[in-house]
Ligand binder design. Structure first.
Ligand code: ATP
Ligand code: PRP
Length: 210
């Protein structure tokens, strides 16, 4: 049996067509079912539906053999115990700095609010800027408005969320997409099944790109 960890929402929606190409279609809809384990059209594959930020944890500990999750989540979690064999090219967005439209340019010190502490710390350190990082769990856009921070580090897609709050994107930190991750021990123990799934997904991605 192969267990794949996926989060509800945009990653699930984007992953479904890819998984379907590998013959994997869930037999329940997670939006209408309360089930956390979904059987699929492949009797040897099941999905576990969990929070996006929990996917690397399930895979690291082998509670799931594979997972699909954002590069942002992988970096914040740390990649120990995980292989990352495929960029699935789904749930694409950008990790960016953002600030009020009238914000002065960053000097040698800056106060930054973010959910992405590791990414923010590494980014400002790479620029030689001393950053005081304030960890938030959401609604980062509020921070510059209420004077909690000068800048935020957040995911940006259309930019609508920033615009609606009087902020604008400033610098690109990195492009983000979702990746297939694999538990290292499972990769050895269930090599054939996992490698064949990776190959099927890779073929689908290559066909899409062609
Ligand atoms: P959790 O449920 O653990 O709090 P979350 O609410 O951030 O996580 P989602 O909003 O479903 O979960 O985001 C999952 C992933 O999708 C993110 O980690 C990121 O890689 C990607 N993502 C987030 N926002 C966007 C967006 N606006 N457009 C495209 N992809 C996005
Ligand atoms: C994500 C992200 C940004 C927003 C960016 O939030 O945290 O706030 O998308 O997208 P945009 O540039 O197209 O506006 P999401 O929609 O996942 O809501 P969340 O607060 O539940 O994470």
């Amino acid at each position: 049996m192969l267990t794949i960890a996926v989060s509800k929402g945009r990653i699930y929606e984007d992953a479904l067509p890819l998984l379907a190409q590998a013959g994997i279609s869930p037999t329940d809809n997670p939006d209408t079912s309360r089930k956390l384990i979904l059987q699929t059209t492949r009797p040897d594959v099941q999905l576990v539906i969990i929070r996006a930020t929990d996917v690397p944890t399930f895979v690291e500990y082998g509670a799931a053999d594979l997972g699909i999750t954002g590069k942002d989540v992988i970096i914040e979690h740390g990649a120990e115990g995980l292989y990352e064999p495929l960029d699935l090219g789904i749930a694409k967005c950008r990790m960016m700095t953002a600030a009020r439209v009238d914000a002065p340019p960053i000097g040698r010190r800056v106060r930054v609010a973010t959910k992405y502490v590791t990414i923010a710390r590494n980014y400002f350190a790479s620029l030689g800027i001393q950053a005081e990082i304030i960890k938030l769990y959401g609604s980062m856009e509020l921070a510059p408005i209420v004077g909690l921070a000068d800048y935020i580090v957040d995911l940006v897609d259309t930019g609508n969320t920033l615009r609606a709050n009087g902020l604008e994107p400033k610098e690109l930190i990195m492009p983000i997409s979702s990746r297939l991750i694999v538990n290292k021990a499972a990769m050895k123990m269930k090599h054939q099944a996992i490698q064949s799934l990776i190959n099927q997904l890779e073929l689908t991605l290559n066909n899409q790109a062609a």
